[in-house]
Design a protein around this ligand. Sequence first.
Ligand SMILES: [Zn+2]
Length: 113
Amino acid sequence: MMNLHPFADVVQRAKEICAEGNARCFQQFNCAGCGIKQTMAEPNRFYTKGQCEECGHITDIWADGCNHMLILGPPTRGTPEPEHGRRQIIIANAHGDELAQQLADLGIARRES
Ligand SMILES: [Zn+2]
């Protein structure tokens, strides 16, 4: 099983990496139901909850912790670009909606727009 790190630590690290503007971070977590490793499709977006594609279980990633996969360099074919720009890290709920309070708790400034 993949090693998990506290949510805040992973987001902080992703924030530092993506501040360079040349990398994309994909959130990964272990399903609390079946244990399979899941990778989120949207880069630079960190979800507090995630539903398993295999068993449907919803994992509390905020509580359980997560990890990230890093892709460096310019985008290649088939690799999605972050919706809000490469330097921006978004924290989102299970529906992908931005969570202002969690951003504030982690000391991340909310995007302007
Ligand atoms: Zn599962």
